[in-house]
Write a protein that binds this ligand. Structure first.
Ligand SMILES: Cc1cc2nc3c(=O)[nH]c(=O)nc-3n(C[C@H](O)[C@H](O)[C@H](O)COP(=O)(O)OP(=O)(O)OC[C@H]3O[C@@H](n4cnc5c(N)ncnc54)[C@H](O)[C@@H]3O)c2cc1C
Length: 417
């Protein structure tokens, strides 16, 4: 049955949902308060990472968070603030950071990542968006210290156990793989299962495809009120118009917690800010890499090289903190000594907000609070990787089909206690 669907949010998750819902024959409107040209889905590192099997909420993270709390240039930063939602989220994060919960999450994270990686490849093969940059050449985890190397080796063993392709590279093997660039690292863990892409390119091509196929894209339009009656959304009111959809998809990224409140639901979510610096000049780097000790990502994209990083919990704000941009530039130089990031490049840095759930798993599915809503959010550091899988799952839910994977772990109503 064809339905009239409103998607709130035009990031990778909202657009991927629109893509699959449109293909399933629905009448789709995407509403975004911005211009769909900035934010998390545009500034990310473009990794498609089945290797990221360990959620952020894992043993030891709280201790690190506290240690780094007062250092605003550290890679993981929680700004101390009086905010009931933040306290509650931090408590749930703490409750999720156990070995048992992480062990349970690993195969689920792997499965949805592999599904999404396949869907990106299928999208490319379909030529729906035309050609776009998508490579599966692997991801290097560069380490300078034995301690970082050993800690990633432990993750690699888990990944290998899950059937993911990963191997260790010593200094010489690493330099053989990247012969045209100087790397200052002892070695690397090489996740051959991972891919990378250029988010700005995919986002603009997806947007063009959707527009050309009569998906109604509303930009600079803010959803202000949602009227719920008899357990169903009856109206979505924006600053410009009024909608009466059959179904609503909440794909509003870091703003989804606020959106949930409008329908009487509680969705623990915090914004984890990150930054990117782009270098539009040859760097001769071929392979994407995470600079482990600095927790910085580097990606050779289509026509430029991107350095991205930091996870800053300071609420919803786009403020660019100079010390954090400096920390990323410093990390680049420390691992790639030939690369000097210029003041101009630093000045053009941009930020984006990752929607972070307390247990590192996304929220995908229906809620008991409202019958005609599907949540699609909370992907944290994996939203780019998981966009297509989320969109596909959303379409399957709306179509009342058997979903491509079990969704229990992603329930928006799950308990964190
Ligand atoms: C520096 C950085 C690096 C990253 N690297 C990677 C990576 O390599 N791989 C990976 O998988 N992930 C990565 N991520 C994470 C990934 O980018 C995010 O998880 C993902 O982009 C989230 O997408 P989204 O569609 O859920 O949210 P968003 O892209 O934030 O989109 C949500 C949209 O909702 C709109 N909206 C909000 N409220 C309203 C309202 N009231 N009315 C209308 N519209 C509204 C917003 O304007 C916004 O456009 C990275 C993130 C950052 C910041």
């Amino acid at each position: 049955m064809q339905k009239n669907i409103v998607i709130i949010g035009g990031g990778i998750v909202g657009l991927s949902s629109a893509y699959y819902l449109h293909k399933a024959g629905h009448d789709v409107t995407v509403i975004d308060k911005g211009t769909i040209s900035e934010g998390a889905s545009f500034v990310n590192a473009g990794y498609i990472t089945p290797s990221h099997i360990i959620p952020l909420a894992s043993p030891g993270m709280i201790a690190k968070g506290i240690k780094w709390m007062f250092n605003s240039s550290s890679p993981f930063y929680m700004k101390p603030r009086w905010d009931a939602d933040f306290f509650k989220w931090s408590w749930y994060f703490h409750k999720s950071s156990t070995k048992e919960k992480v062990t349970k999450a690993i195969p689920v994270i792997k499965d949805i990542n592999l599904l999404s990686r396949d869907l990106y490849k299928e999208m490319l093969r379909s030529e729906d968006l035309g050609p776009f940059h998508l490579e599966q050449n692997g991801l290097l985890m560069l380490y300078k210290t034995e301690k970082a190397g050993a800690s990633e080796m432990a993750v690699a063993e888990k990944a290998a156990f899950e059937g993911l392709e990963v191997r260790h590279l010593d200094y010489y093997e690493l330099n053989n793989l990247e012969p045209n660039v100087t790397i200052d690292a002892k070695g690397a863990i090489f996740y051959e299962c991972d891919g990378h892409s250029t988010p700005t390119e995919i986002m603009s091509k997806m947007l063009a495809y959707l527009k050309a196929h009569n998906v109604d894209i509303k930009t600079q339009e803010t959803v202000e009120k949602i009227k719920v009656d008899r357990d169903k959304i009856q109206e979505v009111q924006t600053d410009k118009s009024l909608y009466h959809p059959d179904e609503v998809i909440i794909a509003s990224g870091s703003w989804s917690g606020e959106m949930a409140k409008k329908i009487g639901a509680n969705l623990p979510l915090q914004a984890g800010k990150g930054y990117r610096i782009d270098l539009h000049r040859p760097t001769h780097i071929k392979l994407p890499a995470i600079l482990m000790e600095a927790k910085t990502a580097m990606t050779p994209m289509n026509g430029f090289t991107r350095f991205a990083g930091t996870m800053e919990f300071s609420g919803i704000n786009p403020t660019i903190r100079k010390e954090r941009v400096e920390a990323i530039a410093k990390a680049a130089k420390a691992y790639y000594p030939d690369i000097d990031i210029t003041s101009e490049e630093k000045q053009k840095a941009q930020s984006g907000l990752r929607p972070v759930s307390p247990d590192g798993l996304p929220y995908i599915g229906r809620t008991k609070h409202c019958k005609n809503v599907v949540f699609a959010t909370g992907h944290a550091m994996m939203g780019w990787s998981l966009g297509p899988a989320t969109g596909k799952l959303v379409a399957e839910i709306i179509n009342e089909e058997k979903t491509s994977m079990n969704l229990d772990a992603f329930s928006p109503d799950r308990s964190f206690k």
